[in-house]
Design a binder for this molecule. Structure first.
Ligand SMILES: N[C@@H](CCC(=O)N[C@@H](CS)C(=O)NCC(=O)O)C(=O)O
Length: 194
């Protein structure tokens, strides 16, 4: 499988999940002209033009972070709890981070004026308070076992300090714990970030 990515972007979630899942993968970056590392026109692969994009061995393309994460979990039989309600909590958390948190980072990624950044910080602080409540004193967001929600969580937490957002203590601790996990160390190193 090929994972199209930008270093440190939200595709880091899928990269960590692929390592945790133990599935074989190849990373392919995309340049400013939207050409892939192996010389293809990225827009002809994914007309949406964004990452993460997963290319299966038979050429099938899958997009949208939550769905790629769910596919990785299904292929590996890992990273989603067996317990029924915890499975749904995993997908609920992914939907929340995708719809309520990811987009709220836009003012920082695109360098919007400060008042818009400040509005985004206020919104993000509220969403992180909800995640902190959900995590409580568990090791991970949904349970004490890592799920695909934590792969996405790592990326949304990692983006907080550089956007001037102070994280609640339990989320800060979770970020630190995850930074020490072999899968996360490997993913950061492979993206040239360590
Ligand atoms: N709806 C998409 C959004 C993904 C997304 O926003 N990706 C960003 C990087 S974090 C991207 O590729 N931006 C490049 C661009 O907009 O040109 C998903 O959830 O996968």
């Amino acid at each position: 499988m090929n994972l199209f990515y930008y270093p440190a972007a939200c595709s880091l979630a899928d990269h960590i999940a692929l390592i945790e899942a133990g599935l074989p993968y190849k990373l392919l970056s995309i340049n400013r002209e939207k050409r892939t590392e192996d010389g293809r026109d990225f827009l002809s692969i994914n007309p949406k033009g964004y990452i993460p994009t997963l290319e299966m061995n038979d050429g099938t393309i899958l997009t949208e972070n939550q769905i790629i994460l769910a596919y990785i979990a299904e292929q590996s039989g890992k990273l989603v709890p067996d317990d029924s309600i915890l499975r749904w909590r995993t997908f609920e958390a992914l939907a929340f981070m995708s719809s309520e948190i990811h987009g709220s980072y836009n003012p920082f990624f695109r360098d919007f004026p400060e008042p818009e950044k400040e509005r985004a910080r206020e919104k993000l602080k509220k969403t992180f308070a909800i995640l902190a409540d959900q995590m409580g004193d568990k090791a991970f967001l949904v349970s004490n076992e890592m799920t695909i929600a934590d792969c996405y969580l790592f990326w949304v937490l990692m983006a907080a300090p550089r956007s001037g957002i102070e994280l609640p203590k339990n989320l800060r601790n979770c970020l630190d714990r995850m930074k020490a996990m072999p899968s996360v160390i490997q993913a950061l190193a492979e993206e040239g970030l360590s």
